[in-house]
Design a protein around this ligand. Sequence first.
Ligand SMILES: [Zn+2]
Ligand SMILES: [Zn+2]
Length: 185
Amino acid sequence: MIKLDEEGTLLVGGQENNMEFEELMEQKYSERFRKPRVSWDEYFMKIAEIVSERTTCLRLRGGAVVVKDKRIIATGYNGSARGLPHCSQVGCLKDHLELKGIPRGTGHESCRAIHAEENAILQCALHGISSDGATMYATVSPCLACAKSIINAGIKRVVYRSDYDDDAAFALFKEAGVGIEKLEE
Ligand SMILES: [Zn+2]
Ligand SMILES: [Zn+2]
């Protein structure tokens, strides 16, 4: 137990202690002091990663967080439209197509899930919150369809963690003046 007496002398376990208060605190919390404080980008990305854990599509896990003035205004993950069964319940349509010989990487619009980025933007619409000038944190770099929605939602900066490999989306962001940055772990 640590406390100070009336004169401000440090008492540890009821005994006076010569150790400087800061020194003692540093020793006590050294583990925490050694760990650097996370940046705002890392803070919101970590939250997007937690959000992605709600994903219901079996094939693509994704989470997105929309931030304005360091405040989260919306979140989204890969999942079906409200009230409809999830890929995790009825299978992903893309798997069904693949079984029929339609190659992987084509027809991603056939999955019933709405991508995390679009779900986050839709959440802004649903609740009447403006996404104009906001930053989006996405665990995976946006696909072309999401990129178009992001641009029209007025989002000005996109920070992502891992690559989805959609060069067209990157080109579109550049053209529209939307910043896109990869945040390395
Ligand atoms: Zn799916
Ligand atoms: Zn997408």
